[in-house]
Every structure is written in C-alpha cells, then in structure tokens.
Design a protein around this ligand. Structure first.
Ligand code: APR
Ligand code: ZN
Ligand code: ZN
Length: 359
C-alpha cells in the first residue's frame, strides 16, 4: 500500500510502498477515505515529540471496512468507521473504569509495528493508526462504526481535532452555560474548543491567536472577542475583558510552556485552566506558586477530549448532522496523498484551518 512515511527529522516525508502486517483475528483492514493533517503529525516530522522514525503519518482518519478477522464483532465489511488514535487494551484498570484515554498500554499500542518499508525496516504508525496510507490494519477496538451520510473528510476530523477540542469543552471541563471562556491558540483544535463552548452555551468566548486568519475563523464559530497576543499582554487583555477577574475556563491549545503559564494566569480565581497542547518530552511547565494557591485554581490536562470514542464519536456526528457543529468549514484545503509535504507545509505556516488528504 502507498503510505506517507516520516523517515527523519525535518526530512521530506517519503511516499512509499509499505507492506502491511498480516491481519490477526481481531484486526480490521480499513480503506482510508480521508485523513486530516493535525499539528501533532507536524510535531513528529519536526522532532518536537522525539518519536523515532520510520513512522507512517496520520492519526485523524475515517474510511470503509475492507476486511475483518475471524473474531471481529464490532464492525463488518462495508461499514463506515472513524478511527481513534487512543490505542486501548480494554483490559487494564483504566480501560475497565471508563478512562480508556489513559490506558496503561497506550504507549505500547503507539509503538507497535505496522508493516515494512521497501528496504525491509519495520515501520510504526502515528497513534497506532497511520491514516496517511491507502489502508490501515488495526485492532477492532479503535474503530467506531457510524451510520451517516456525512462526507469522509468530515468524519476524519472527528478522529482527532474535533473530538480533542469539543471534548475538552464538553467532557473534560464541562463548560457551564452563561460562562466566559478564553481559548489560547485557535487552530483546528482551538476552533473546536470554541465550537464546544458555544454548544455548551458559553456567553462570552475570547479567542487569543496572533494569526488574523485564525481570529476571523474563531469569530465565525462563536468567539465574541479576540486578542492578538503580539505586542499585547494576553493576560491583561483577558482580565480587561472580564471585569478584572479572568476567564471562568481557559484552554491552552498551542503546546508551549509559556502559553500554558499564560492560560493559568488568565483563568479567574477558582476557575479552570485546561491544557490541551502537546509539548516536547523535555519541557516542563512553570507557574507562579502562590498565585496558584491563593487563586485556588483548577488546572487540568485534556487528552483526546477525555473521549470514550464509542459514546462520543456518534454524538459529534449527530451534532454535525443537526447543524450545531460545523465540520465542513474547518477544511481549508484538500490534497492527494502524494502532496503530503505541501499539506504539512501549509499547516506549519498557519495557512489553513485544517488541511485534508482525500483518497
Ligand atoms: N498565543 C496564542 N496562539 C498561538 C501562539 C501564542 N503565543 N503561538 C501560536 N499560536 C497559534 C497559532 O497561530 C495557531 O493558530 O496556535 C495555533 C495552533 O494551531 P494548529 O497549528 O492548527 O494546531 P492544532 O492542530 O490546532 O493543535 C494545537 O493541540 O492537540 C494539540 O498536538 C496538538 O499541540 C497541538 C495543539
Ligand atoms: Zn491530532
Ligand atoms: Zn487499557
């Protein structure tokens, strides 16, 4: 199968013929319909996440079931499925206690081999999926069948960006109606936080992003105010907009220690700061100790929107079908698999809300 393979830090992604592993009894072969380009894919290629190559890129995808192993029961050939990049074992304490997003075997799942390069080297796959390939062979547990006519590219978004953002607002933070929300970083994930906050009935949504394209997109999705952090202190700006208090809920969706510290600062006393952005494994977050204690702040991390995919993916599909969640408008440009380097480049340069690879 043709696949986009990360072969070395800052080297062009290689489009090559990968030989997939033979499917086991619990495996499913999915023909990809679409794969989004998420910032985390970029973080593989630029070395931020420190993951060793070679890796098939892509962890935000949807497709059609092509073949199933003998023991598969959740899906059948022809089903439309959305894949979850949170590899879960189903057996550890966390999986047994409805917290699959912190499965003890997550890392093992992410590091599992997925096939061989033309030179014979074993290749892994981002999120244990590798959606930037014609096919993916995955355990049935990561697939959620959905009955909907929404286009594949919209379903793909639910695999990561939309669930990560909407879920952070609706599930992790459980934003309450009438509240004030600040979102630091308004890319694909941040815009999804904004949509989640709007769906929850937030009264004010403050979008913080240096890129005017992103601030405009935020306004179109429900942000009521915006802050350009270039030359302006976003902490002061958000306090000014909130009667000096700060936001009831603030979300960090950039992935840098400085913006995490800012997000905590611009959260009001006894409010909730939610960290979504993925940092490099060598980075630490530093916050003002006494301000944190006297401010009685809640700081929480949100990974994959605290999703239980079988519960949440169909819910997000329904919200989209009802016109409450805009998926179509999140896709700025479409590419073929051969154009993956252009798609990554456009994402790195901030030219797109989401770049989509369609098969
Ligand atoms: N303050 C506010 N926003 C910033 C700043 C800053 N100092 N620096 C950059 N940004 C904005 C960018 O302009 C961009 O709009 O952050 C946004 C990041 O968006 P994308 O590159 O589209 O990334 P996205 O896919 O949304 O992911 C964001 O969430 O899931 C994680 O790994 C993912 O860490 C990444 C983060
Ligand atoms: Zn992602
Ligand atoms: Zn588990």
């Amino acid at each position: 199968m043709k696949a986009a393979v990360f072969v070395g830090v800052n080297e062009p992604v290689s489009i090559e013929d990968v030989t997939p592993l033979d499917p086991g009894p619990n495996d499913v072969v999915v023909r990809l319909g679409a794969s989004g380009v998420c910032h985390s894919d970029l973080s593989f290629v630029d070395g931020t996440l420190g993951f060793p190559p070679p890796v098939i890129l892509g962890h935000e995808g949807a497709g059609t079931v092509e073949a199933v192993g003998s023991a598969v029961s959740r899906v059948k050939v022809g089903d439309r499925v959305i894949a979850s990049f949170v590899t879960t074992c189903g057996e550890c304490w966390f999986c047994q206690h409805e917290q699959p997003f912190v499965c003890s075997n997550l890392i093992a799942g992410q590091m599992a081999p997925h096939g061989a390069r033309p030179n014979g080297d074993a290749v892994t796959a981002v999120g244990g999926l590798g959606t930037m390939a014609e096919f993916m062979t995955v355990n049935e547990s990561v697939l959620v069948p959905v009955q909907t006519d929404l286009p594949m590219e919209q379903l793909a978004l639910i695999g990561c960006g939309v669930t990560t953002g909407v879920g952070a607002a609706l599930v992790t933070a459980d934003v309450q109606a009438g509240s004030t929300v600040a979102v630091v970083g308004c890319g694909g994930v941040g815009l999804s936080v904004i949509q989640g906050a709007r769906i929850a009935g937030a009264e004010r949504i403050i979008a913080v992003d240096p890129n005017p394209l992103k601030r405009e997109a935020a306004a179109a999705r429900g942000a009521t105010d915006s802050v350009d952090p270039t030359g302006v202190d976003p902490i002061e700006a958000v306090r000014e907009l909130t009667g000096g208090r700060g936001a009831d809920y603030a979300f960090e969706v950039v992935g840098r220690p400085e913006t995490v510290a800012q997000t905590v600062e611009l959260t009001r006393p006894n409010g909730t700061a939610v960290v979504i952005g993925a940092m490099s494994p060598t980075e630490f977050i530093s916050i003002h100790g006494l301000g944190f204690i006297y401010g009685a702040k809640h700081i929480v991390a949100s990974f994959s929107g605290s999703a239980i995919p079988s519960r949440d993916f169909p819910r997000y599909v329904k919200l989209a079908e009802e016109g409450k969640l805009d998926l179509a408008g999140m896709i700025s440009r479409r590419y073929s698999l051969d154009q993956v380097n252009e798609a990554l480049d456009a994402t790195a340069k901030g030219e797109v809300l989401r770049a989509m690879i369609n098969f």
